[in-house]
Design a protein around this ligand. Structure first.
Ligand code: BGN
Length: 360
């Protein structure tokens, strides 16, 4: 009797342990810890993060005054080639008051930003920007978030004396969302539009809370949103590379862009990080005090459920790198529309049926 109770107890304990291990290994917590370790195994390359510290003293703004001060007028016509170069660090930048905006409208944002040219383009009037920056935003059914993004980001980018254009890339069909592939389409479309040297890949719901977080490229690919309110302004895991990243054109080509095979939420940014490590690049991160960013909270969108297949894909990133990405990108542009505040690219990227083929 006693021994059968013992046996039953043992069987229960073993089952519990096995079950626990199984679910733990499937959980994002375990996978994220594992992702941090992956680089050490893979090619024995240690990811190196370089911190970028701002040189300038922060300037304090009252409420939203910074949005409406047109201190750095941008240009609405052709630029004089003899202008001096803009300074490395634009003057008068500092922490910003960012909230979710409910009471605005596109006409209001347009009237508050008179120097934005069609397609959401702008550049400084009194100096020549050192970089030409394309901002790529993957999109589907997030009008309210886009409005908040435009409301803050046009004044933000103008204050930073940026020569920039905004590209909103919308997945047309009702199939599972593919953020990474939309980023690749944005890159390809913007590149045909203008001689961009720097590409910033941004979610529509992340707004930087400090003007010193320069939306431009640095020596290495740059992880801008490394201090998000949703994660208490800390990194949830060391190798996180999500939200907003900036790539020099030659670096984005070197990593062959994003993978095209990530359908659904999660992992495509971790995979991009593996590509960066695999080609021997480092990652820059602005200091966490200036990288503070606001994420507009929302429920997970329908059609963008967690991608259950991302973990094995991330582990094999270095194997697929040259076959899967910009070099294998196929899509059909439905329309390219020049709105007053952004260029809207509507695209048919398929439905992932061929994903297993692409992944090989
Ligand atoms: C991670 C996601 C990232 C996302 C961050 C922050 C995955 C892959 C399996 C571990 N990674 O869990 O894509 O940016 O959370 O939300 O899902």
């Amino acid at each position: 009797m006693l021994s059968s109770i013992k046996t039953m107890f043992l069987i229960l304990a073993v089952t519990f342990l096995l079950g626990f291990t199984f679910f733990y290994m499937k959980s994002p917590v375990f996978q994220e810890i594992y992702l941090d370790k992956l680089n050490y195994k893979m090619q024995h390359k240690k990811p190196i993060f370089q911190r970028i510290y701002p040189d300038s003293q922060p300037v304090e703004f009252k409420n939203e005054s910074w949005r409406l001060m047109n201190k750095f007028p941008q240009l609405s016509s052709d630029q004089d080639k003899n202008l001096p170069e803009c300074p490395e660090i634009p003057p008068d930048l500092g922490p910003l008051d960012i909230r979710v905006v409910y009471n605005t409208s596109l006409p209001m944002i347009i009237s508050q930003n008179p120097n934005i040219r069609p397609g959401g383009r702008s550049r400084p009037q009194h100096c020549m920007a050192q970089q030409k920056v394309a901002i790529i935003i993957p999109f589907r059914n997030r009008e309210a978030h886009l409005k908040t993004w435009l409301y803050y980001m046009h004044p933000f980018l103008q204050r930073q004396q940026a020569d920039y254009g905004v590209y909103v890339v919308e997945q047309m069909e009702d199939t599972v969302f593919n953020r990474a592939k939309l980023m690749n389409v944005g890159y390809a479309t913007a590149s045909k539009d203008y001689d961009y040297s720097c590409f910033i890949f941004s979610d529509v719901d992340i707004i930087p809370m400090d003007g010193r977080n320069l939306y431009r490229c640095s020596t290495n690919p740059r992880h801008m949103a490394n201090s998000v309110d949703k994660f208490n302004f800390k990194l949830p895991y060391n190798d996180i590379f999500g939200g907003v990243v900036a790539f020099k054109k030659e670096h984005f080509i070197k990593v062959n862009g994003f993978s095209n095979v990530f359908w659904g939420w999660g992992g495509e940014d971790d995979e991009l990080f593996q590509r960066v490590v695999a080609v021997g690049l480092k990652v820059d991160r602005p200091d966490q005090t200036i990288a503070r960013s606001r994420m507009i909270s929302h429920k997970r969108d329908p059609g963008n459920e967690r991608n259950g297949k991302s973990f094995p894909l991330i582990r094999k990133a270095y194997k697929r790198l040259h076959q899967d990405g910009l070099s294998s990108l196929n899509y059909t542009i439905i329309s390219i529309t020049s709105h007053k505040l952004y260029t809207k690219v509507t695209v048919d990227i398929g439905d992932g049926e061929d994903a297993s083929l692409e992944a090989n």
